[in-house]
Design a protein around this ligand. Structure first.
Ligand SMILES: NC(=O)c1ccc[n+]([C@@H]2O[C@H](COP(=O)([O-])OP(=O)(O)OC[C@H]3O[C@@H](n4cnc5c(N)ncnc54)[C@H](OP(=O)(O)O)[C@@H]3O)[C@@H](O)[C@H]2O)c1
Length: 262
């Protein structure tokens, strides 16, 4: 399939893990992809990983902290100068808000940093994509956010992250409503467990237990997520907007995990 031939795509957070698989999927389907990590070092690492996958020449990676308006502006200046169009935005970048403690301990400044990246960052990248490209181009663009199943079913001691993903779900519906009349679709993929390099540091017994509690027996791969993102960005989903598709191996449909069953 070459659904993105001659399309220009921006995927934020393409320096590691799922972002790399999303970038690869769009390239394999014909797109030229822009991507970013939050710093020059992480962006260079992502660039090397994409080159290793044989994708060199089909993407451009620039550092951009999406919570910083000036850096977002600079990224869009480069896209305008070098590509002159943008067709798809994937808001994948996220601050995981790890190790912030329980809600009695979370430093509000640390929470603000998570919200500044995940909610405000995603919003300002979307706003700029719409103002500079999507609302102006004859072929309108579309937006896909990455949320999480934790927006609806919380996980312990991840207050800031869960709140930010809930914010994204509401943001998606709000943007879909307001941007629909302009011909711009906004949708969301809400993953559960995704296999990332962080799984390699897990106690194998914990990894096995997580898998056992997935009704279909395994976490998502980055490629699983990339496939759903590509569907939401393609004309195959042309009548869908404001939708949040959960991709969590069925975890959200169970009342209790299997190791709690009687
Ligand atoms: N992994 C899971 O199990 C899981 C589950 C549900 C939902 N999700 C969601 O799926 C998406 C991908 O997850 P993942 O686990 O692959 O993510 P990840 O490994 O934590 O990578 C996050 C990416 O976002 C970038 N990023 C973070 N803060 C940024 C900022 N301020 N400006 C620009 N880029 C920034 C990181 O860049 P640096 O390398 O520079 O830090 C990195 O490229 C995220 O939205 C995540 O919340 C993941």
């Amino acid at each position: 399939m070459h659904r993105f031939q001659n399309k220009i795509v921006l995927v934020t957070g393409g320096s590691r893990n799922t972002g790399l698989d999303i970038v690869e999927r769009f390239i394999r389907e014909g797109a030229f992809v822009w991507t970013c990590g939050s710093s020059p070092a992480s962006t260079a690492k992502g660039e090397a990983a994409l080159n290793e996958r044989g994708l060199g020449g089909s993407f451009r990676a620039l550092p951009c902290d999406i919570s910083d308006h000036a850096q977002v502006t600079a990224l869009f200046d480069a896209i305008e100068r070098e590509s002159g169009q943008l067709d798809v935005l994937v808001n994948n970048a996220a601050d995981q808000g790890l190790n912030q403690g329980g809600p009695l301990d979370v430093d509000p400044a640390a929470m603000l940093k998570v919200l500044a990246t995940n909610v405000v960052g995603g919003f300002q990248v979307t706003q700029m994509a719409c103002n500079r490209f999507f609302a102006k181009q004859e072929t309108r663009g579309c937006v896909v956010f990455l949320s999480s199943n934790t927006a609806r079913r919380a996980i312990r001691n991840r207050t800031s992250y869960c709140a930010s993903k809930g914010g994204i779900n509401s943001l998606v519906r709000s943007l879909a409503l307001d941007l629909g009349p302009l011909g711009i679709r906004v949708n969301c993929c809400a993953p559960g467990y995704i296999y990332t390099e962080r799984w390699d540091t897990l106690d194998p017994a914990l990894a096995a237990r997580r898998r056992k509690n997935c009704p279909i027996g395994r976490e998502a791969s980055g490629a699983d997520i990339a496939g759903v993102v590509a569907f939401l960005a393609s004309s195959d989903s042309s009548n869908i907007t404001g939708e949040i598709i959960t991709v969590d191996a069925g975890c959200s449909c169970q009342h209790m995990p299997i190791d709690c069953d009687c």
